[in-house]
Design a protein around this ligand. Sequence first.
Ligand code: UGA
Length: 437
Amino acid sequence: MAMIAFKCPDISVTVADINESRIAAWNSDDLPVFEPGLDDIVATARGRNLFFTTDKVAAIKEADIIFVSVGTPTKTYGVDAGRAADLKYVELCARDIAEYSDRSKIVVEKSTIPVRTAESLKTVLTANSNADVQFQVLSNPEFLAEGTAMEDLDNPDRVLIGGEETPEGLEAMETLTSVYAHWIDRDRIIQTNLWSSELSKLVANAFLAQRISSINSISALCEETGANVDEVASAIGKDSRIGPKFLKASVGFGGSCFQKDLLNLVYLCEHFGLPEVSEYWRGVIEMNDWQKRRFSTKIINALFNTVNGKRIALLGFAFKKDTNDTRESPAIYVGKDLLEEEADLAIYDPKVSPDQIRYDLGIEADSSKLDICDDPYEAVKGAHGVAILTEWDAFRDLDYQRIFDNMMKPAFIFDGRNIANRAQLKEIGFEVYAIGR
Ligand code: UGA
């Protein structure tokens, strides 16, 4: 929404949320998410044509287009817990929109939701509004990635808009297209039917996640055979049909979307009686779980099969660089595995808050099992092993000699992102484990 406001000074954008502290943060100099370039864009548009408010009623009444951008987490309770998406917030939002709208509006699904949710959205909206208020429901999934969100929004590969194939549906799609056309070529703004748009979002994430699980599965084979997974990735990526992106072997993918969207896809396939398809995509999640566990097992095995009472430093806790987001971060899984083996953890991440790390690991503030450090050199002091879990650029240029000097010997380094210079580390005297080498 900030980017739309930034690019379209003639359009007034209001972001409404019932969470008061969050809205206060959006109205302050300390935004609640860290995203490179976002501060500047908000600073330019805020107060001009970008507003943050907790007054959802006024925001709904005034709007011509409403983007529904609420959370759609995996269900944690009841029927299909752990598999289906929880659409509670989407439905509550639809009920609010129906209640407070006194004229016709376009309602855009921005949250990633399972296919055919637009239909439910439309049903709730229509059943709760009066006859002279009409709603056109559009699907407009978001493809930005965290850390590069501003570039992705500024110059997207495509914008996808799904709508009903009726005159009113087509007109609504045109209206939304005209918003994006302020800065994006029309040939990159794709219009499809509602279900294609909803499904494309799930499938795009499933394909991306599948590439990572594929290369990660090969990383295990490389470790057994002496091949180097980065060399294999580079060689296959030169084939223009395969392409070079998303082939970086790692400790596993994280983030709020891949696992959730894969689970949605798996669930949908099961629901529609396609168990083979469902199993196929479930394999992508299973490979990712295996890769994360494989990494923590490597650490334990290397440290003479016991980490009990040993200090292990984790460098990086965010699920990828340039974000403070830890949702589904592999670091959480590795950290928990090590804590279960009674290790003492020392953690450094340049952007993730200590409270978040404690919350994710389920550790009390006064626990002696967890030391959250302000700099990486402090974290490695007296450590038996160091694990690199996020590919922060700063971790490439660390003074690894200094790290080595501060560690217990033998000093082990486990590079879960293949970013450190392996030959250099070996020369310093480290025992090195890197994914797929
Ligand atoms: C992902 C998609 O890339 C976006 O297109 C999509 O809009 C977004 O989900 C979403 O649905 O909201 P995001 O989760 O922000 O974006 O980040 P990615 O860059 O996709 O990375 C996901 C995870 O995969 C990270 O843990 C990353 O470290 C890992 N990864 C990525 C690898 O392990 N290897 C790679 O080659 C690429």
